[in-house]
Ligand binder design. Structure first.
Ligand code: RP5
Length: 169
């Protein structure tokens, strides 16, 4: 497991395969940019089910406040984590080759009533937004993260305003 941004992790970033990292690195990078302590690990619902159960069972006691989980295809990781922990799970549908991520999206979003997974957009946009959402969840208890989030949004707005003419780069 790899740690980032200093102190004990508040957010877990997990993914079903190393092949998901191209997408999930955007969640981790955004958390780093916002100064959110997090960890990163491959946890596969199908290939390492016992690890998945352990990860979910220990998440709350280890101090995780949310788990960002990305998976593609038969994307059971977010739902199974949510089934085993009350720590909020934010799901990222990874864009699959065969079905372009529609399979991932539907696997993650169509949870039965009683076991929620907050499901985000397919791919990079979803990965970034899970990190921003996690930061928003943390800001009440961590004002520094709230300030970083506000600055992120200010910068984003300014970038658009500074580049309003699409004919010029
Ligand atoms: C899922 O299967 C993973 O989340 C990944 O998106 C997909 C393919 O995995 P690999 O065959 O690339 O390891 O479990």
């Amino acid at each position: 497991m790899s740690m980032a941004s200093g102190s004990e992790p508040l957010i877990g970033v997990v993914m079903g395969s190393r092949s998901d990292w191209d997408t999930m690195q955007h969640a981790a990078d955004t958390l780093t940019r916002l100064g959110v302590p997090h960890e990163v690990q491959v946890v596969s619902a199908h290939r390492t089910p016992d690890l998945l159960f352990r990860y979910a069972e220990q998440a709350a006691a280890r101090g995780l406040r949310a788990i960002i989980a990305g998976a593609g295809g038969a994307a059971h990781l977010p739902g199974m984590l949510a089934a085993k922990t009350a720590v909020p799970v934010l799901g990222v549908p990874v864009q699959s080759h065969a079905l372009n991520g529609m399979d991932s999206l539907l696997s993650i979003v169509q949870m039965p009533a009683g076991i929620p997974v907050a499901t985000f957009a397919i791919g990079k946009a979803g990965a970034i937004n899970t990190a921003l959402f996690a930061a928003a969840l943390l800001q009440a208890s961590h004002p520094d993260i709230g300030q970083a989030l506000a600055e992120y949004r200010r910068n984003q707005t300014q970038t658009v305003l500074d580049n309003a003419d699409p004919r010029h780069s």
